[in-house]
Design a binder for this molecule. Structure first.
Ligand code: ADP
Length: 370
């Protein structure tokens, strides 16, 4: 089967890596002929934001999917009209691409998400209470395009662009749930994971599985997952990012319609990984067992500050000496501050042991220039 993926980053790379044990052809469309997937796939250099290029790439495929959501929805619609299977469908990608549509989707489908207001520009009257979070309708990723407006004195720093203004949640924990649905309608979730963010870069740092949450919180999350997958009306794999607030209530922050950083520890920590699950969705196969083997965690390898150029990983040999520790690099030649270059997965018998190991590894590995 010919599987076409828009985007050739690390998510596509790890999907191909997992799926190589089966017999399929992976085709990648990406503007960068040196991207993470370029040398391990049938590669087409092109712009996945252009309708024509998406259509021309996809029309030869049996199924087309994404590993980045900022792609031409028009191109995907044209493929669907031509009878090419697109997973997830163009409609849910369109909704998720735009923060405004995404928030309205949660509201219309009774999915709890922080209260919000929409503005088209800073000329609009603001009627949400301080403090609030401004999120650009389009163009934000990895914490960019998101800022907290604390009080009146912050108003001057607001971006003059269509945005969502959202209540600032008093966060206890950031959680993530990955849910999968195939064409037959089979649905499976991975165990909830818990994130520990780097306050400086806003990039996810550690991701721990399973999350330390009560049954009551788990029930709220199950209800959200159920409601989300019914409302999304699409097969696919989705990562729902959640906030647990100080009062014990769960809110949806946002959803990614694709493989996600918060699922990487499933590579060694679960009976099957998110990548195996994605492959099975693309082929409409029975979904995989997602249960976890104990405690697992992941730490992102991101480029250090002030380091731009050919990458070098300090300390990896030390890490290779550690038991239950697995290195994954993304095939990127150049590092820059905050760039995700790889990750390390760790398995442990307890949450305490896991956190200790992750913190230890973080102190020995550095992503710098050669
Ligand atoms: P991105 O898509 O760029 O990752 P997010 O919407 O996930 O942006 O926001 C990045 C981070 O900002 C979140 O992980 C969270 O820590 C913080 N954040 C976002 N929205 C809120 C909110 N409503 N209340 C409190 N913190 C928030």
């Amino acid at each position: 089967m010919k599987i076409g993926i828009l985007g050739g980053g690390q998510l596509g790379r790890m999907l191909i890596q997992e799926a190589l044990k089966y017999d399929d052809e992976f085709h990648i469309l990406d503007p960068n002929s040196d991207c993470s997937c370029a040398h391990i796939s049938h590669f087409t250099k092109g712009n996945f934001n252009l309708k024509e290029e998406v259509f021309n790439f996809g029309k030869e495929m049996d199924v087309v999917s994404i590993e980045i959501e900022h792609v031409s929805v028009g191109g995907l619609e044209a493929l669907e009209n031509q009878g090419v299977k697109v997973i997830p469908n163009s409609n849910i990608i369109k909704i998720i691409q735009q923060k405004i549509l995404q928030k309205q989707f949660y509201q219309q489908n009774n999915i709890p998400s922080p209260d919000f207001q929409i503005i088209q520009s800073t000329d609009d009257e603001i009627n949400i209470a301080f403090p609030f979070v401004q999120k650009l309708n389009t163009g934000g990723y990895d914490g960019k395009g998101v800022q907290v407006i604390k009080d009146e004195s912050d108003l001057s720093k607001m971006w003059n662009e269509p945005s969502v203004l959202e209540n600032l949640v008093d966060i206890d924990k950031e959680l993530s749930l990955i849910i999968a649905k195939n064409e037959q309608g089979e649905i499976k979730t991975f165990p909830v994971t818990e994130m520990v963010a780097d306050p400086k870069l806003n990039l996810l740092d550690f991701n721990i599985c399973p999350a330390h949450i009560s049954d009551e919180v788990q029930n709220q999350i199950d209800a959200i997952a159920d409601q989300f997958i019914k409302s999304a009306n699409s097969e696919g794999l989705f990562a729902i990012e959640l906030f647990l607030d100080q009062e014990g209530k769960v809110w949806v922050n946002e959803t990614a319609p694709r493989l996600h950083n918060s699922g990487h520890q499933s590579q060694e920590g679960n009976a099957n990984s998110q990548f195996e699950q994605m492959y099975r969705i693309l082929k409409n196969l029975p979904l995989a067992d997602t249960s976890n083997f104990g405690f697992s965690g992941m730490l992102n390898l991101v480029g250090e500050d002030h380091q731009t150029g050919t990458v070098k990983y300090n300390g990896l040999e030390e890490v290779l000496k550690l038991p239950n520790t697995y290195i994954h690099l993304y095939g990127k030649r150049d590092t820059k501050p905050g760039r995700k270059m790889g990750h390390i997965n760790v398995l442990a018998k307890s949450r305490e042991e896991l956190l200790q190991q992750l913190i230890h590894i973080k102190t020995i590995v550095k992503v710098v220039v050669d």
